[in-house]
Design a protein around this ligand. Structure first.
Ligand SMILES: O=C(O)C(=O)C[C@]1(C(=O)O)C=C[C@@H](O)C=C1
Length: 368
């Protein structure tokens, strides 16, 4: 065994301190430059959104590609996302509405996309997130749209039917559900399990096996479920580990979802369309014309051009009996020539067609 040398450790830590001082000085120099960018922008358009997602993507891609290591590439992205979020807060803080309360998976997704220095505006419902952006109380909104186990989030799809908002980004996050209990409570004494219906669905088998005696009680969000469990002497919640921390609960079991690789896809509602990146996705909202072959006429213009349809979902329009709206996710950007051609053709094949947005395809966090 080698001899532990406390002096060598102290020396190394002193060297780390010196490097940290340099990192801090450089961060402040960077913040000064960003503040100058902010002043420049406010001279041109004081009311404009200062957030520049394309520039952020370029910065992250360049730094990750040029990173010689040993500093981990994924950490380069996370840290520089935070640095840019902090720099932007000096220019003009970004207001981000999301399905709250704080601690939901949607909150995690919003932080992942916009960093911790953005202003978090938790909303009670998915509809309220849409309204916050529509009324310009928020610059962006983050809502869940699809889960790997449970499928579509119908409330989000329905909100698009009545909203002028567009999708400007998507976020893909692994979702690990945990069973949270009051610190003194044992699993056998639980009588009620609170959670969002989607989360209860994701953990159906685990709950049947381990808590057959408990009633399932639906809550508007996983964090709200954690708050309810905190107030119920015989209650538990299915929520994130972050919610346990925020609401003073104990994590009785982690990763209780039926599908180990559970993930949720979120979309970002925003004011501006995203520019093409070469690896994009387009979401369309189409009302098919009534009559035989209507769905075929919707798909054919895409298939003929080899455009990959990654998802199709239908929802009743609630305007007319048996009338359906189709949500289509197609790989590519609306400005790509082939996609553009297909959209023109689709326009005449549908009763109505709306491009909900073209945006960069998300890569699962931690899988870059
Ligand atoms: O380059 C800009 O436009 C900036 O505002 C600077 C900066 C940055 O910190 O690098 C900050 C926020 C933007 O979203 C993009 C980049």
């Amino acid at each position: 065994m080698t001899h532990f040398d406390p002096k060598a450790l102290a020396d190394l830590r002193r060297s780390i301190d010196a490097v940290d001082d340099q990192v801090l000085a450089l961060l402040n120099r960077r913040a000064g430059l960003a503040a100058e960018v902010g002043r420049l922008k406010s001279e041109v358009a004081p009311e404009a959104l200062f957030h520049a997602p394309k520039r952020e993507r370029e910065v992250l891609n360049r730094l990750e590609a040029e990173n010689p290591g040993p500093f981990p590439g994924a950490a380069v992205r996370t840290i520089f996302q935070e640095i840019m979020s902090a720099c932007l807060s000096l220019e003009k803080p970004l207001r981000v509405a999301f399905l709250g309360p704080e601690g939901t998976f949607t909150h995690l997704a919003a932080r992942h996309q916009f960093g911790g220095s953005s202003q978090a505006l938790p909303q009670g419902t998915i509809q309220a997130v849409f309204q916050a952006v529509e009324r310009a109380h928020a610059d962006y909104g983050v809502v869940p749209v699809e889960n790997a186990t449970e499928g579509a989030v119908d409330t989000t799809l329905d909100a698009f039917l009545d909203s002028p908002l567009r999708i400007c980004a998507e976020i893909l996050l692994p979702v690990d559900q945990a069973l949270l209990l009051r610190p003194e409570l044992e699993l056998g004494s639980v009588r009620r399990v609170y959670s969002h219906p989607q989360a209860l669905g994701q953990c159906r088998r685990w709950l049947e096996a381990h808590l057959p005696q408990a009633d399932r009680i639906e809550a508007p969000s996983t964090s709200e479920a954690a708050r309810l469990a905190r107030e119920d002497a015989e209650g538990a919640a299915v929520a994130s580990e972050l919610a346990a921390e925020l609401f003073g609960l104990r994590v009785a079991e982690t990763r209780i979802q039926d599908l180990a690789a559970n993930a949720t896809r979120f979309v970002v509602l925003g004011p501006k369309a995203a520019e093409p990146t070469g690896r994009d996705r387009t979401t369309l909202l189409a009302m098919a014309q009534d009559g035989p072959g209507a769905l075929l006429r919707l798909l054919e213009p895409l298939a003929r051009r080899g455009l990959n349809l990654s998802r199709i979902q239908s929802r009743p329009t609630r305007r007319k009996l048996w009338e359906y709206a189709f949500f289509l996710d197609v790989e590519g950007h609306a400005e790509d020539p082939l996609m553009h051609e297909a959209l023109v053709e689709l326009q005449s094949a549908c009763a109505s067609l709306k491009v909900l947005g073209s945006y960069p395809q998300a890569v699962m966090e931690g899988a870059r």
